[in-house]
Design a protein around this ligand. Structure first.
Ligand SMILES: [Zn+2]
Length: 519
């Protein structure tokens, strides 16, 4: 029964994939030389309070006027969208937004590439720029970036991060790291991902190599503490304080403590105490940014209400059951997960303290964990959680737009709404400044002055998330059967090798026959 339903699914999936391959025009609702948005509320991304009844004029992909509707004329020939009851915010800048998905229940070997569906979901949620912050398939990420840049796929502007840099089996080897940096840069990475097991000497070599090339390092660290990494010159620390082994007084340098022990420490650490104060002071002094991923933390805490109903529509049918079961299982074990709820509130307090001290806080979806959440929806949830942490909705949006733009050194172009800026903006039904959950009601997303239909983008991935996404149609066909990603690769490459062997044998046989005929 299960197998049959999998096979039956192939046909609609293939049709869907074929229909979705052409170009991003299918999703464009407005593209005009001049566009005026009138009677909108504006949250400009600077953190300042929202202002009502504005007009925004867009021309050739730029904002050319922004002011009170009463005193900002609509230029002749402009296409007008009159939007009372709507709010406009800057396009979001996601700083930890992978193009892969963790299949529930989130075993480490079950990440699938989501390079076709996730860019659409990010864009649909209002994310117009993102940094991938680590990948298992840089070539696939680079491929979709090329397609987006060429207008063949809808999606945000992508800043590609390398694969994960792990601790080497032997002693630290700077030459090996240098070689890896070269390869990943060649493949399109503009930042590098340092991962948990990496040691100080290895991290130092990575930072040094990246900085010599004018590139950046993002760290989800563990063996190296935040203060050590700040001292080495790291650029951003991912996830926040609960990944800092520096709060663990019994730590051994260059060793990652047991993560559950670290969670216990985090649950009890005094955020206003000297240890954390010193960590924050070091990060601020060394201009190390922190990337908030509160929605991921929340998914570990398995709070009630964490499940986003929209997940059911986008997940592939063969994943949906596992997703339901995992979320129900976690909810049943909620008592045992209380420590993560405490870690979440502690992390919120840390992020507020970090910002109060002058730190640059950014945010991202990080669609990992147990597969709870996907691209875009998770970014919106993060904004809600930043507000729960004590930021105003305007500040939360600024963290998610202006701060990422500043870090990427593109604040003169994107991140805030002002005359002269690129027209990356999001039209939202409702008023997230007073009801933050309205952030989910995205109607149209403008990227570079072109308006995309949010609902149409989401519809185009319905039932498709959670299956590995390949540009090769045969690999896609295999993946759609619901086979394990590793099995799909084995069958594909095994099959290809077999065909090559048969062809070679046939050619050789034919040549041998010819030789015999000649003699
Ligand atoms: Zn991540």
């Amino acid at each position: 029964m299960h197998r049959l339903s999998s096979v039956l699914l192939i046909v609609p999936c293939l049709i869907g994939a074929a229909a979705a391959t052409t170009d991003d025009n299918n999703f464009v609702v407005i593209r005009a030389p001049r566009i005026a948005l009138t009677h909108v509320k504006v949250i400009d991304g600077t953190g300042r309070a929202a202002v009502a009844t504005r007009t925004i004029v867009i021309e050739a992909g730029r904002i050319v006027a922004l002011g009170p509707t009463a005193s900002t004329p609509v230029p002749p020939g402009a296409e007008v969208l009159d939007l009372p009851g709507h709010t406009v915010i800057p396009g979001l800048v996601g700083m930890h937004n992978h193009l892969f998905y963790a299949v529930p229940p989130g075993r480490p070997d079950e990440y699938v590439t989501s390079t076709r569906t996730f860019p659409r979901l990010y864009l649909a949620a209002g994310v117009t720029t993102l940094r991938t912050a680590g990948t298992f398939d840089l070539a696939a990420d680079a491929d979709v970036k090329r397609r987006i840049d060429a207008g063949q796929e809808p999606g945000p502007e992508l800043y590609l991060t390398s694969g994960y840099f792990h601790r080497a089996a032997g002693p630290p080897d700077a030459a090996r790291i240098e070689k890896l940096i070269d390869e990943q840069q060649e493949a399109g990475a503009t930042s590098f991902k340092a991962y948990t097991s990496l040691r100080r000497d290895e991290l130092a070599a990575l930072i040094d190599g990246a900085h010599r090339r004018g590139l950046r390092v993002a760290g989800h660290l563990c063996a190296v503490s935040f203060r050590e990494a700040a001292d080495l010159g790291i650029d951003s620390l991912e996830h926040g304080l609960f990944t800092d082994s520096g709060i663990f007084s019994a730590r051994t340098p260059d060793r990652c403590p047991d993560p559950s022990a670290l969670a216990q420490i985090m649950a009890g650490v005094d955020i206003n105490g000297d240890t954390v104060k010193q960590i924050i002071a070091d990060l601020v002094e060394n201009r190390v940014a922190v990337v908030s991923t509160l929605a991921l933390l929340e998914s570990l805490a398995a709070r009630s209400g964490v499940v986003d109903v929209r997940m059911r529509t986008v997940l592939a049918p063969q994943i949906r059951d596992r997703w339901e079961q995992t979320s129900v299982g976690l909810a049943d074990r909620r008592a045992g997960l209380a420590v993560w709820e405490r870690v979440l509130t502690q992390e919120m307090a840390f992020e507020r303290a970090f910002v109060s001290a002058g730190g640059l806080l950014m945010a991202g979806a990080d669609p990992t964990g147990w597969g709870c959440c996907v691209a875009g929806f998770m970014d919106q949830r993060n904004i809600e959680l930043l507000v729960e942490a004590g930021f105003t909705p305007e500040q939360a949006i600024s963290i998610y737009s202006a701060n990422g733009a500043a870090f990427l050194s593109v604040a003169d172009r994107i991140g805030t709404l002002a005359v002269g800026k690129q027209a990356d903006l999001v039209i939202i039904r409702g008023d997230p400044a007073s009801r933050v959950e309205d952030i989910r009601n995205v109607v149209i997303v403008f990227k570079n002055g072109i308006g995309y239909d949010s609902a149409r983008l989401i519809d185009s991935v319905a039932g498709r998330v959670g299956i590995a996404e390949h540009t090769n149609p045969i690999m896609q066909l295999l993946a759609n059967t619901g086979l394990h990603p590793i099995l799909v690769r084995m069958i594909f490459f095994g099959g290809t090798a077999l065909v090559v062997v048969i062809l070679l044998a046939a050619i050789q046989g034919r040549m041998a026959r010819r030789r015999r005929r000649r003699t």
